[in-house]
Ligand binder design. Structure first.
Ligand SMILES: Nc1ncnc2c1ncn2[C@@H]1O[C@H](COP(=O)(O)OP(=O)(O)OP(=O)(O)O)[C@@H](O)[C@H]1O
Length: 246
């Protein structure tokens, strides 16, 4: 099993406040991990730090044994849906091709390999038949599938997903969860933030509980101590969430 991601002693300050403190996390190819924590816990900040989009105070990020720009070229990122410019007048195929820009270079034209990667990514999310549709005409579920295809077009080693199920109906959630599991079984590691705790416990092979730092990390079965969940979410022992999670 090869290591896809290593985060070592990562500390991040934003707006003069410490948002992440000494975060340590390691993920192997084959793992489908859920990054779980309350609002403001630093989940998105951690993903954006791994992507190199946020200046870190200290610490180190390695992707597939590399750091810096080389490492980032191995990451596929699915941002929250509202972060994409859906009113931009481009087709589904063009939107997915933007995922290849780092590989193609800003001023070059896409080649055969790029069109192949885009076609394959669209097939995987069942969107090939809509490749010529303007992105502004898509439903929420279709938009989410475009974002996933855009990340896959890069053929990444590590896939980072920021709340991919928000506002999706059950069939679309099922299609995506099945895809994420398959991708992990192939040659990737998948790290997903989610507020769907029950779903994460059922679907993820690993859970990373975070509240500014990693509170606990293990398989859903290993994380059976209510104290851990109480610390992560700052809740009392009587909170119904603990009963729901079993
Ligand atoms: N650009 C910024 N400048 C200052 N503070 C920021 C900035 N971005 C995020 N923060 C703060 O960092 C903390 C972590 O935010 P982040 O979005 O990473 O949390 P999260 O766990 O993803 O939350 P949620 O579940 O609500 O999406 C929050 O307190 C937030 O207000």
């Amino acid at each position: 099993m090869s290591r896809a991601l290593t985060v070592t002693d990562l500390t991040v300050h934003l707006g003069g406040r410490r948002v992440l403190h000494n975060v340590n996390l390691a993920l192997d190819v084959g793992e489908f991990a859920g990054l779980i924590g309350p609002n403001g816990a630093g989940k998105t900040t951690l993903l954006r730090s791994v992507l190199g989009l946020i200046r870190t105070e200290s610490g180190r990020v390695d992707v597939a044994g590399r750091s810096g720009t080389q490492a980032r070229s191995r990451i596929g990122y699915v941002p929250q849906r509202h972060e994409f410019a859906w009113d931009f007048p481009i087709t589904v195929e063009d939107a997915v091709m933007t995922g290849r820009v780092r590989r193609i270079g800003w001023l070059r034209r896409p080649g055969v390999a790029d069109f192949d990667a885009v076609a394959e990514a669209l097939e995987r999310v069942h969107m090939a038949h809509l490749r010529s549709r303007p992105v502004g005409e898509l439903s929420g579920g279709q938009r989410q599938r475009v974002l996933v295809a855009r990340a896959l077009a890069l053929r990444p080693t590590l896939l980072l997903l920021d709340e991919p199920f928000t506002g999706l109906d059950m069939p679309t959630q099922e299609l995506l969860i099945e895809l994420f599991r398959e991708l992990a079984h192939e040659d990737k590691a998948v790290l997903m933030t989610t507020h769907d705790l029950v779903g994460a416990i059922h679907e993820c092979s690993r859970l990373c509980l975070i509240n500014r730092t990693i509170i606990a990390d293990g398989s859903p079965v290993e994380l059976n101590d209510p104290e851990t969940w109480m610390r992560t979410f700052s809740i009392k022992a009587t909170n119904p969430l603990l009963t729901t999670l079993g």
